[in-house]
Design a protein around this ligand. Structure first.
Ligand SMILES: [Zn+2]
Ligand SMILES: [Zn+2]
Length: 343
């Protein structure tokens, strides 16, 4: 992009044109030259992005014309040439893009797919924010999917929100049987056709696993599905409480944005997987009639993480938002849900 010719720019004319663009009824209309039009369009775009919330959430990102609804012609400012200054530890799309580009640019270390790779040490030397293997893994997954990812969630891009046979196969291979599988495993599934195809499911299980599959009879899910009786309620409850608190405290964060939803899914599963909530998980099996001994009294995940403990401030001195069920410390919204606290 050629640098703009500042001698041609009349500030007052741009402001007048901007005011007209935003509906102010001014007596005279001004004619702008091309350079002035670009300034007007750029400022208008920034204001429109701020209006829709995009400019606040992505202020460290590179703005593109797709970031907000824009219906004016003559937009030819090349935003990608903008230098964006990093002011916080937030991991932005731009940082991820730069990291994955560098990671894949190595010519010496090649993976089995013929792609370049680099060690954590080499990545940390170049990008000081890549402090652990977990962060590096997120960068690699980001390169493959373009989404936020970490080692609690498995991100897979599908063509529909409905699980197909192909996505089910991917799930069995990479999630259910993709890591450590217990020697004996009981799967309690509903009546979805693929869940009734036991031979299909068993074909993905390690041969050493003693796998038992039972299907819940029609109409029985709400009565005896353990996940429905405990886990799922809490997951929804945590999401609702989090959204209300974000609104109530006026935190600048869009919970519904794709990567933020992925962060939430990851963090909420990590929270509920805490050893503290073992009795809570067991309760679903007790209530569904699978076990007969009643688990000891417990705190529900939502009650614990948003309980009285949040009156304590975070170690970064911001207001407490969530108590970690594992280290029992209080964290602010940013440290726990945005930067995904792990301990
Ligand atoms: Zn913790
Ligand atoms: Zn904090």
């Amino acid at each position: 992009m050629d640098p703009p010719d500042f001698s041609e720019v009349r500030g007052k004319a741009i402001v007048e044109s901007l005011a007209i663009t935003f509906g102010l009824n001014l007596p005279s209309s001004v004619t702008l030259n091309d350079v002035e039009k670009r300034w007007r369009d750029r400022i208008a775009l920034m204001i429109r992005c701020a209006e829709t919330g995009e400019g606040i959430i992505r202020e460290k990102d590179v703005l593109t014309r797709h970031d907000c609804e824009y219906d004016e012609e003559d937009l030819d400012w090349d935003y990608e040439d903008e230098v964006v200054e990093e002011k916080s530890k937030e991991i932005t799309k731009q940082m991820m893009d730069a990291a994955i580009k560098f990671y894949r640019s190595c010519k010496k270390k090649i993976n089995y797919r013929g792609q370049g790779t680099r060690s954590l040490k080499s990545m940390t030397r170049r990008f000081r924010w890549i402090t652990s293997n977990r962060v590096l893994q997120s960068v690699i997954t980001y390169g493959a999917t373009g989404c936020y990812s970490d080692n609690t969630i498995h991100v897979f891009v599908g063509k529909s929100h409905i699980m197909s046979r192909a996505t089910a196969e991917h799930f069995f291979k990479n999630v259910l049987f993709g890591g450590k599988v217990p020697a004996t495993l009981l799967l309690i599934l509903d009546l979805w056709p693929i869940f009734r195809d036991h031979a299909f499911i068993k074909s993905f299980a390690p041969p050493s696993t003693d796998l038992h599959i039972i299907n819940i009879p029609p109409g029985g899910t709400s009565i005896c599905q353990p996940a429905d009786l405990s886990y799922n309620h809490q997951l929804k409850g945590i999401q609702k409480r989090l959204t209300s608190l974000v609104m109530f405290r006026d935190i600048r964060y869009r919970v519904s944005e794709r990567d933020n939803l992925l962060k939430f899914a990851s963090q909420a599963h990590w929270v509920i997987g805490s050893p503290r909530f073992k009795s809570f998980i067991a309760y679903g099996f007790y209530k569904g009639g699978f076990i007969h001994s009643k688990p000891p009294p417990f705190d529900g995940p939502k009650q614990f993480i948003f309980g009285a403990g949040i009156s304590k401030p975070c170690s970064c001195s911001q207001e407490g938002f969530t108590v970690c069920p594992r280290c029992e410390e209080s964290f602010c919204f940013e440290c726990f849900w945005d930067k995904c606290h792990r301990c």
